[in-house]
Design a binder for this molecule. Sequence first.
Ligand code: SF4
Length: 694
Amino acid sequence: IIEMGQPEHSVVTTCAYCGVGCSFKAEMKGDKVVRMVPYKGGDANHGHSCVKGRFAFGYATHKDRIKAPMIRESITDPWQEVSWEEAINFAATRLKGIQAKYGRESVGGITSSRCTNEESYLVQKLVRAAFGNNNTDTCARVCHSPTGYGLKVTMGESAGTQNFDSVMKSDVIMVIGANPTDAHPVFGSMMRRRLREGADLIVADPRHIDLLKTPHLKKAQHLALRPGSNVALVNAIAHVVVTEGLEDRAFVEKRCDMESYEKWREFIRDERHSPEAVEATTGVAADKVRQAARTYATAKNGAIYYGLGVTEHSQGSTMVMGIANLAMATGNIGREGVGVNPLRGQNNVQGSCDMGSFPHELPGYQHVSDDTARAHFESVWGVKLDNEPGLRIPNMFDSAIAGEFKALYVQGEDIAQSDPGTQHVEKALRSLECLIVQDLFLNETAKFAHVLLPGSSFLEKNGTFTNAERRINRVRKVMPPIAGKEDWEITVDLSNALGYPMHYNHPSEIMDEIASLTPTFTGVNYDRLDELGSIQWPCNDENPVGMPTMHVDDFPIGKGRFSVTEYVATDERTNSRFPLLLTTGRILSQYNVGAQTRRTENQAWHNEDVLDIHPSDAEVRGIKENDWLGITSRAGQTVLRARITDKVLPGVVYTTFHHPGSGANVITTDNSDWATNCPEYKVTAVQVERVSQP
Ligand code: SF4
């Protein structure tokens, strides 16, 4: 794809990797991309970029791209290339037959946080209106669903409170379970700039992340907690705030629901939440916790940023609520420099949640049981809608194995590689009578598919992504779709073949429909996005150009609500058989399961996943650098090479999951968040021992 030479024209579009949502100028020669140049006018990145956005776009024209639709009767048959019409009719006939035989609840759809808002909107519309049920979900299920739940319960909106620029006004930056310099590099650099200017840093993470090595850092505190003890730690910090009188009483009395506050205060004051009482649980010295609590609570502006190290736990939602409690108790909400800020992993996690991809919520987080909201959608869509939430992704798997759920449409998500419990997922996929995969590549999920619909990369389509700061950015088509259709057109064709008519000439018309149905989007359309550059929702009559900082005067629920956040230890425990705790994460040059980045030059920088192990744990096992290691958990076994490093704590091992062979999801457990079923990827008890080369 990279042909050096003078570009003939350029198109401004948005990076399709992480939740920072950097704007780029795709410089073109004919319909070939010459280079991607970070766009100075980008509201999220101000002309900056990282190695993924700038260099890792070659996957779009990689030889592995599927260029024609394919079908097969059974998953043991070879693939057969067919026309679009034949593939769509094959899929529709199977879906209709399955619903006629097993009922309308027997089918469902999954969209991806990699897709545009318009594509995700259409998938959930297809499921609700054409399939006739609420069995729709998104891969946000396995990353930030606890954010959606926790922030909605406490502050009334399932989204972060700030824009990225806000960090430049923070005096204390608390980073919990996130590694921004690798996973959100452009925002990580912005954080570093603020830290160099003198802001204090508090990191709560089992790993010694690179942010702690920021040059000229004035003050850094590292709370190196044991995986799985987040809630105990945040409660201990809040305990110090309350018992040492560090609360912002004026804020609490003016902005928060006092009944919930008094109940929480009574709970958190209890001595069992003190840093000393939970020291053995968290592994963090009590005086360090006290110091961190004082630093955060007494800051003029204290901001919290968190990632999947918060959400991907059996208490992910509890932890999000614990963070919100802490921010409200200290008055760190409603102005620049403060807030509660989830760092979304994928480019459009926020958007896919906003678009109603979850089985219990219509677009704009309107619950399916809300009669008024449902009536609005029914009048625009011209169908009767179910008022009961449908199946979540893990329920779909269980139901498939039980023989009840029979067909699945998956758009842009490799569930066989990315979801936990690989054996269980594969068994579920094998049980389906029809699996329709819409993707760029023949991924791991496609091994179990009956229909393969070739998707389009971000360079081949129009649409929008919404980044971690609620910023809606335009995605603009720079080249024609390799297989002839943009993803939204495929969903439209499938719906029409099923007998539910959809007609759009351009994704802008889909956005117009979204805006007509979603109160926080009423002021969003493509003309305004072109004019303003980007828009941070809510954008409506009250906020005509969007809202950089949320909850300035009040919360969408009126008063902020405190939640009692009881710490409950995960079922996943270490013992003599499984004495170490495995946690997982990402590195700078690769991205998630690597489907894109492994097909670019970035592959050279990280061509295998390895296991990080502390020198003391390596020594007692006789492990040397680069030795092959067998990693065994209660769920399964995998083999990785050793990297000995004191970046991890003694007793903790760490790996990435960018390569199919890593087996990270073979060994993770089936524990999940109590409220949302987000898998507990971050805590797996394992044994590690040397093995001969696999
Ligand atoms: Fe893309 Fe994220 Fe890198 Fe920006 S920081 S270029 S959005 S991967």
